[in-house]
Design a binder for this molecule. Structure first.
Ligand code: KG4
Ligand code: ZN
Length: 343
């Protein structure tokens, strides 16, 4: 094997996917195994933390074995074990962290703790081998909505954040209100295709003095008010029109804030990341806005947008190269921060 190759085993368990991957040099994915718990959590309308931890414990060894098996490599071929240690659900994170520590100790491999959002951003390195910092990244997931300048590998400046709900959270809450179930994002995305995005004018919030910050609780309330208003007046409403108009309102805000930040900071490379980056409306609107401005646009494949371990292997590789090593005292940090203003 080429000595310059760095191969890592990566583990992700911060929410409701148990995932393991083998990644070479941060960009080449040899395996990416994801065991999703969605079918269990959807019975409850959202992630139940205690159930998530238990399911991670049941699945993690099998998922790691599969990841190694599919990669054609053994634990002895690894150069490091990378693991998400925050932010996320503490009990869920602890399963991954504990397992990574055990493997690192048993196989005498360096341990590299990885920030979950850093992983989401790094998914772009896998999908786009030519992408290098600096670039601007919109991170929109179930727990986060941030505009981040990726100054260098592992170096971030956070320009904007959500003041209330994350974008994915708004999708999930509106989906529940329409009766679509959990997780809402993919369901709203699908239903939107049958609706008219111009049918209902939902608000596009901007915050005075903080042009890159987001607020999605207003649009969520506007959807609920619209539905209540229709019910009270005995008017039938179209779920598809609500979905399409809501999605358009959220996408408009995500795209316009990103474009403004890019212009203000003179950045001509834009990437998107996180579960909401699967959204077909966001992918196409951001792409055409970038084309109009002459910016380069990057996005991971949908599988790499939602939680997975390959993205942790990509981010972990750059941490490893910088010399980051964690001890066996590594702990789960549910509110782990990233960058100067912190995510
Ligand atoms: O990144 P992720 O898998 O987990 C977190 O770190 O939070 O993101 C999950 C979120 C959920 O809120 C889900 O509804 C949303 O991403 N999502 C979508 C789509 N696919 C997933 N939102 C909008 N459109 C989609 N197609
Ligand atoms: Zn995530």
């Amino acid at each position: 094997m080429d000595k310059k190759e760095v191969t890592v085993l990566a583990i992700e368990s911060s929410c409701d996917e148990t995932a393991a991957a083998v990644v070479v040099n941060g960009r080449q994915v040899l395996s990416n195994i994801i065991s999703s718990q969605i079918d269990i959590h959807k019975l409850y309308g959202g992630v139940v933390p205690e159930i998530a931890s238990r399911k991670h414990i049941e699945k993690i060894n099998q998922v790691i074995e599969e990841a190694l098996g599919e990669s054609g490599r053994t634990l002895d071929d690894m150069d490091a074990v990378c693991v998400t240690y925050g932010p996320g659900l503490v009990g869920a994170l602890l399963v991954g962290v504990g397992t990574a520590k055990a493997l690192s100790y048993a196989a005498e491999l360096p341990l590299v703790g990885v920030h979950h959002i850093e992983g989401h951003i790094a998914a772009n390195y896998i999908a786009n081998p030519d992408l290098e910092p600096p670039f601007l990244c919109l991170v929109a997931s179930g727990g986060h909505s941030h505009l981040v300048i990726v100054k260098d590998y592992g170096e971030y400046e956070i320009l904007g954040r959500t003041r209330d709900d994350a974008a994915g959270e708004a999708f999930d809450k509106v989906a529940r209100a329409i009766g679509l179930g959990y997780p809402g994002g993919p369901k709203i995305d699908k239903l939107s295709a049958e609706g008219n995005p111009e049918a209902i004018e939902f608000p596009r919030a901007s915050i005075e003095g903080a042009p890159y910050d987001f607020s999605f609780s207003g649009v969520k309330s506007a959807v609920l008010n619209y539905m209540n208003g229709c019910r009270m007046k005995g008017i039938r409403y179209s779920e598809a029109d609500i979905a399409a108009s809501f999605q358009k309102a959220v996408v408009d805000v995500l795209v316009s804030h990103t474009m403004l930040a890019a212009q203000d900071h003179g950045i001509a490379k834009i990437a998107i990341a996180g579960g909401v980056a699967c959204n077909s409306g966001l992918r196409s609107e951001m792409k055409s806005a970038c084309e109009q401005q002459g910016y380069s646009f990057y996005m991971p494949t949908p599988l790499l947008c939602t939680d997975n371990a390959a993205m942790i292997g990509a981010a972990g590789y750059y941490e490893y190269q910088k010399g980051v090593r964690h001890g066996l005292d590594l702990n789960a940090v549910p509110n782990l921060r990233l960058g100067e203003r912190g995510i």
